[in-house]
Design a protein around this ligand. Structure first.
Ligand SMILES: [Zn+2]
Length: 625
């Protein structure tokens, strides 16, 4: 009762904001679409966009000419008077943000360069028609986005077929994500007009394609017919529907062998690739592919491809590469290991094949298909090849909004990549230490005043390699190893993948899923790591022996970030003991007295003895008598 009176009198004084690190994180209110548990709610909906595409590549001028039917189903509760269409080839057109700003290329660690201006190439897409039935629709282009007016609003539950025709010149270098080498190798993405996502959070999502931000795409089914010169081999998202037409008897025989092969079968050998490339093939060949439940479709073509194939658990693993790419003879094994590792750890790979193509693109992912360069250093080759396949989980399976939240695809992927690299190179110095790169990167990149929170949009990030890749990977590593423990963390992460498979999660869906499945309030953790640039400084103020069998360790949290504490006690007889203090130690403030029963005299104490935390000042982490 006295306490209650005291509280009442405090209430008459000036109001005090809750500044506790454990105050609730302000998330969007849960609703019937997105439940408070982090799962899709009973009324969760998303649109369907399915594509039937016919396209021809003319390798003379390197122009792709296509027509498509977009089958669009409105599962939203809203009538739609217009639709937004992505026309990303206009990143090379004069009306794009990218062209007008003409910014220097993005540089990544390891020397990868993404030049989204296509080295100054001026191209862009021409929309030859955009119709419903015979009726041409009014449209307005805004660089890489196009608004198309519907003659009558598309009602909830309604569907519509758009008839679209277009053509564009393939950039000679590429925008970082697609392009060609002369007319010998084509790596084709962002090549057909496609629906912008309409969702329950933002309505339409027509953020322009500038370069740094990737894609947010609807799921659907694809039926794609490609006409190319007869001598070209094609690798694509989806399954070949006319194998008798496009593959020789020898290729078909070897693919049959590959179905039970755990090591590569050479479907096209080096000698055959060289011979194919030298032969002048006459005429064209039509390739037919279908794909189910994917958010995009990409393809690559060359007369020079070598092709290795193997199989893991029913998934055909394909590697296509030019005869000049010697490191790629191991690529199929790397790819197979990667698909197996990610499947076993995070959820089964959902499609019939996983294919990677060697070429000029520095690393880009599409459903079932990735573009990866040839790299001399084996560890780096594995990393890029494996990383692009990691995207089959984030964002190809878990379809998050890459244009806003790169940490949810690049970051989650980079985190799982460290596990794959530790596995493939297990027992080597590289495999056993590779994850320490994250703390080394922290030292270089987490610069106070310059660092930006993870939640920053990719086109506003000054250091995308840190904010989109490395820092989120460090965040999940700390969450797994220091906060939740591996088993709890992995169970929660697998559940997030399962719940949001082929759907569109928001950050709040991720936070709520991890909290619900792990049973832990993690608002403090996400605030520090995602919404702020809080820094950690755990410190030992002093240590005192109490009686003959206890030690008091006076600890302080001197930074803005809170984390649990791991302490190593060193005894006079040379033995050591590790103690763990859970996060609740900071409930009452930034000082905590750890009271340990210590039957032997303590002569030293070390905080974070394995040096796994991004503690900005290690000088105050130890005490010696
Ligand atoms: Zn990536």
């Amino acid at each position: 009762m006295l306490a209650l009176i005291a509280v009442a009198s405090f209430a008459l004084q000036s109001p005090v904001a809750d500044t506790s690190p454990f105050r609730a994180l302000a998330l969007p209110t849960a609703n019937r679409m997105r439940s408070s548990s982090g799962a899709p709610g009973p009324y969760y909906w998303q649109q369907e966009a399915s594509y039937t595409i016919r396209a021809t590549l003319d390798t003379g001028p390197s122009v792709i000419t296509g027509s498509e039917t977009i089958h669009y189903v409105n599962h939203s509760p809203d009538a739609l008077g217009f639709v937004w269409i992505q026309i990303e080839q206009n990143i090379f057109a004069k009306n794009s943000v990218t062209y007008q700003l003409n910014q220097p290329p993005l540089h990544f660690a390891g020397g990868a360069v993404f030049d989204f201006t296509g080295k100054g190439f001026i191209g862009g897409i021409t929309i030859d028609r955009f119709r419903i039935g015979p009726r041409e629709l009014a449209r307005t282009e805004y660089g890489t986005m196009m608004r198309v007016e519907l003659p009558t609003p598309l009602p909830p539950g309604g569907m519509v077929d758009f008839q679209v025709a277009w053509h564009f010149p393939v950039p000679p270098y590429g925008g970082g994500r697609m392009g060609r080498v002369g007319n010998r190798l084509y790596e084709i993405g962002q090549w057909y007009p496609r629906l912008v996502v309409y969702d329950d959070v933002n309505g339409w999502n027509p953020l322009p394609y500038i370069g740094a931000g990737e894609f947010y795409l609807e799921y659907g089914n694809y039926d794609v017919t490609l006409t190319l010169p007869a001598g070209y081999l094609v690798a694509a998202t989806g399954t070949v529907q006319n194998p008798l037409v496009v593959w020789s008897p020898a290729i078909r025989r070897r693919l049959l062998q590959a179905r039970t092969a755990s090591e590569r079968v050479q479907v096209v050998t080096k000698d055959e690739a060289v011979a194919n490339g030298a032969r002048a093939a006459v005429g064209t060949r039509v390739w037919h592919f279908t794909a189910t439940n994917v958010r995009d479709f990409a393809w690559a073509a060359s007369p020079d491809f070598r092709w290795d194939a193997s199989t893991w658990n029913g998934v055909q693993i394909n590697t296509f590469y030019r005869p000049t790419a010697a490191p790629w003879e191991e690529a199929n094994r790397m790819a197979r290991f990667t698909i197996q590792h990610f499947s076993e750890t995070w959820g089964m790979y959902p499609w019939p094949h996983a294919t990677t193509v060697e070429g000029l693109i520095e690393g880009m992912e599409y459903p079932m298909l990735t573009f990866v360069p040839s790299i001399e250093k084996r560890e780096d080759q594995f990393w890029v090849l494996m990383h692009e396949f990691g995207h089959q989980w984030f964002p190809m399976t878990v379809g998050s909004d890459e244009r806003r939240y790169p940490w949810m695809d690049e970051g989650f992927n980079t985190f799982i990549d460290y596990g794959a690299a530790e596995g493939y190179f297990k027992g080597t110095a590289y495999g056993d230490t590779v994850r320490r790169e994250l703390l080394a990167d922290f030292q270089i990149s987490a610069v106070p005043g310059q660092e930006q929170p993870l939640i920053t949009k990719p086109v506003e990030q000054r250091d995308l390699a840190w904010g989109a890749y490395q820092k989120p990977a460090l965040m999940l590593t700390v969450l797994r190893d220091q906060v939740l423990g591996r088993e709890t963390f992995e169970r929660a992460m697998r559940e997030y993948v399962r719940r949001w498979r082929f759907k569109h999660p928001q950050p709040s869906d991720f936070f709520r899923t991890i909290a619900n499945v792990s049973g832990r309030d993690l608002d403090w953790f996400w605030r520090e790591w995602v919404y702020t640039t809080a820094r950690l400084d755990q410190a030992i103020d002093s240590v005192r022996a109490v009686g003959s069998d206890s030690t008091y360790i006076y600890l302080a949290n001197r930074g803005q970030m809170v984390l649990p504490v791991t302490l190593e006690l060193r005894y006079g007889d040379g033995t050591t003991e590790t103690r763990f203090l859970p996060i609740e130690m900071w409930n009452l403030g930034d000082r905590f007295t750890a009271r340990f029963a210590t039957p032997k005299p303590v002569v030293g104490v070390v905080l974070d003895p394995q040096a796994v935390l991004p503690d900005v000042n290690r000088a105050n982490n130890s005490w010696n008598r």
